[in-house]
Design a protein around this ligand. Structure first.
Ligand SMILES: Cc1ncc(COP(=O)(O)O)c(C=O)c1O
Length: 388
């Protein structure tokens, strides 16, 4: 019987090790620092803080944990409101629920696909009229593209509300020459397996408020009081990063620039090869530099009847992993009862991006021939369905 050989799977964003990771892991083993603390953790924190130009960083078990700690440090409690980008992964908003607070979702705008300053301003106006300002605003930098930080931060400043910058996807990106993740009172990063650099799982909380970071370290290690025995006066968490995983992070950080170059090259090739199709690539705002963590585009509905599901089905049949753009949180069943402010009165921009958008394989270790497989597959879908 004739057997078809399945082509190798092309993943969306697989881990890409540098080859130096084992050296740091080995050191951890040799010194028996097999703990959620240790020299690799300290060094990784210092290295991240120095790359970003911030006063300090706290290595934690995930980006989600970092967001949770930031909310606690800002005093977010039960019944408080927290404004949050709608077009993001659920992990951005879950910690708001951990605190018993209420997320209020803010739409995206076309120039960055990130939080709309106009929608944010509207949300603030209504909050003022209701006499209930949010305790914090979480601004996400989607797929590596910085949000309009100047406008957004100045609105938050006007109302004296602190900002948490969710830079989980944008390590190494810049906005007007300043590093992504350094615009708010707190910034958070993720080193999950699919991120631009990875520790397999992990995160980082960064800030210029060194006292708050000390408190974060305290909270992340079960909030142990300074006493000669185990004494606890407040709720703590087991959120620190292990010394072994921080070792992986130290090796990964040395290749961050290369990883960004590779992802940007991948974006450029997609754009060059697919520019004739009725699609629009995710923009890069003027004076910003995106790490292009994931290449994403939308299908122009006015010009074709091909849908994202058509594309995803053909790519999957070719053993290629691609994904819808995030389903906005304001239309997630989990968050259906919460408020949402849109960029335009009668439409939802994040909703449109979800309906028409796709993320393509963007791993920095993808070969050109694998990328050409993805490109050829997309071209075929458009030519076949356009004819058929
Ligand atoms: C935008 C965004 N925020 C938060 C997170 C949470 O990070 P982690 O998976 O490390 O908890 C992720 C990624 O996973 C993310 O993409």
């Amino acid at each position: 019987m004739l057997q078809t050989v399945k082509k190798n799977r092309i993943f969306l964003s697989p881990p890409h090790m540098s080859g130096m990771e084992m050296k740091y892991i080995q050191e951890a083993f040799e010194s028996n620092w097999i703990a959620p603390l240790g020299p690799n953790v300290d060094a990784f924190e210092n290295e991240i803080a120095s790359i970003l130009g911030v006063n300090g960083a706290v290595a934690v078990s995930s980006g989600t944990a970092a967001i949770h700690l930031a909310l606690i440090l800002l005093g977010v409690k039960k019944g408080d409101a927290v404004f949050c980008s709608s077009l993001t992964f659920v992990a951005t908003a879950n910690p708001i629920l951990y605190q018993g607070a209420e997320p209020v979702f803010i739409d995206s705008e076309p120039d960055t696909w990130n939080m709309s300053p106009r929608a944010l301003e509207n949300a603030f106006k209504e909050a003022v009229s209701l006499g209930k300002l949010p305790k914090a605003v979480i601004i996400v930098n989607l797929y590596g593209q910085s949000a309009k930080m100047d406008e957004l931060v100045s609105i938050c400043k006007k109302f004296n509300v602190p900002v948490i910058e969710d830079a989980a996807e944008s390590l190494g990106s810049q906005y007007k020459g300043k590093m992504s993740g350094t615009f708010g009172d707190f910034g958070i990063f993720s080193f999950n397996g699919n991120k631009i650099i990875s520790t397999s799982g992990g995160g980082m909380l960064v800030s210029n408020h060194t006292e708050a970071l000390s408190k974060a370290r305290f909270l992340a290690t079960q909030a142990r009081d300074a006493a000669p025995y185990y004494q606890h006066s407040e709720v703590g968490f087991n959120y620190r990063m292990s010394n072994i995983l921080a070792g992986i992070g130290r090796a990964q950080i040395t290749v961050l620039t290369e990883r960004i170059t590779a992802r940007r090259r991948i974006f450029d090739l997609y754009q060059q090869e697919l520019s004739q199709l009725p699609i629009t690539f995710m923009p890069e705002l003027k004076n910003t530099f995106s790490n292009r963590w994931l290449t994403a585009f939308t299908i122009n509905k006015e010009k074709t009847t091909i849908t994202i599901n058509d594309l995803l089905a053909v790519l999957e049949a070719e053993n290629i992993e691609a994904r819808h753009i995030w389903k906005p949180l304001h239309i997630q069943p989990l968050f259906k009862e919460y408020k949402y402010y849109s960029h335009d009165e009668n439409s939802s921009f994040s909703g449109e991006l979800f309906e028409t958008g796709i993320c393509l394989p963007s791993g920095s270790n993808m070969t050109i021939s694998d990328q050409m497989r993805v490109i050829d597959c997309i071209k075929q879908v458009f030519s076949k369905l356009a004819r058929g």
